[in-house]
Design a protein around this ligand. Structure first.
Ligand code: AKB
Length: 320
């Protein structure tokens, strides 16, 4: 029986993963945690066990793992790329020292650890198109540095201490439930809100800048399918390339125009986020994930746009 602890459970991935895991494994078997209570998450907090955990406080982390007899930790507490560049020390502290605490507790208490990496684990020296699974990883952001170091640390705990560590390199994630907090790919979420509210959007990412993206239902499956994958089939662990679609702002705008013909896109490029985006791959080769644990995304750009607009219309109470 899985007993799961999710850190960062009130964030963009965590809020939807907690709901999905509670549906699959039973509410009482999925402990959600966050370093603080955030408004708007009352339903999640009341739908199962919830604990306040700062992952830099390893004593509290260990005591919650012991209290609920946790055997699987999904570590989602992290500082994203753009915020990471404005406070690199804090980015290292949460992403690396936090992960170290999670791995130490997992080693002591015999837990599996799932922690996501990112396309940010690659840098300007990496092949840009169909980036291979195993290739050059020399990122130029603090977020990226923590992602590569995190991948290596997880592999180390697997080889040295036998901790069952697994992860994927997530692209930009697009979802309607909870907003992302300070990433470079966030434009691809904000654009849908603005398309519905104002029929226009000003992009901080330049025309022609390709990045890999994924709709949240596919991302949730990527987490759960890899956690449940047969370990004998896994040649890689930390972390797998996963991909669903690659687009640049004009392609996203064209997709939105199929549903909102008046939609207009213009640009006011943010040099910091643009530089980060340009240092990342255009698209990843995810064949290792497909071969080793059956990864197969369901949503392409238009299917995602249709669903996002339908769901956001309801959420924002906007009529057609
Ligand atoms: C970010 O933009 O920082 C994240 C990521 C790609 O990891 N969405």
């Amino acid at each position: 029986m899985r007993k799961i602890l999710i850190t960062g459970a009130l964030g963009q991935i965590g809020s939807e993963l907690t709901e999905e895991m509670r549906r699959i494994y039973g509410s009482e078997n999925v402990v959600a945690s966050s370093r603080r209570i955030k408004e708007g998450h009352e339903k999640l907090i009341e739908s199962g066990p919830f604990e306040i955990i700062n992952i830099n406080d390893s004593a509290t982390l260990a005591s919650v793992v012991g209290k609920y007899k946790i055997n699987t930790i999904v570590n989602l507490a992290a500082v994203l790329s753009a915020v990471g560049e404005s406070d690199p020390q804090q980015c290292w502290h949460i992403n690396m020292n936090g992960l170290y605490n999670v791995l130490e507790v997992a080693k002591e208490k015999n837990c599996m650890v799932y922690t996501p990496s990112s396309i940010a684990a690659f840098g300007p020296g990496t092949p840009k198109d169909k980036t291979p699974q195993d290739t050059i990883q020399r990122p130029t952001t603090m977020y990226g540095v923590t992602k590569v170091a995190g991948e290596l640390l997880c592999d180390y705990y697997y080889k040295k201490f036998g901790v069952d560590t697994r992860g994927v390199r997530f692209p930009g994630l697009i979802s309607y439930a909870t907003l992302p907090g300070g990433g470079t790919t966030d434009y691809a979420v904000h654009i849908y809100y603005e398309a519905l509210k104002n029929k226009k959007y000003t992009s901080f990412i330049q025309k022609g800048t390709y990045m890999d993206m994924m709709y949240m239902p596919d991302a949730l499956r990527a987490i759960i399918d890899l956690i449940e994958a047969n370990p004998d089939r896994l040649k890689h662990r930390n972390a797998f390339n996963v991909s669903a679609m690659s687009f640049e702002p004009e392609m996203l705008a064209s997709s939105i125009k199929k549903f909102i013909p008046e939609f207009k896109l213009d640009y006011d490029v943010d040099p910091i986020r643009q530089e980060i985006a340009e240092s990342w791959p255009n698209s990843l080769d995810d064949s290792a994930a497909r071969e080793e644990w059956g990864w197969n995304p369901k949503y392409d750009l238009d299917a995602m746009t249709k669903d996002m607009l339908e769901k956001l219309r309801i959420k924002l109470n906007i009529q057609e």
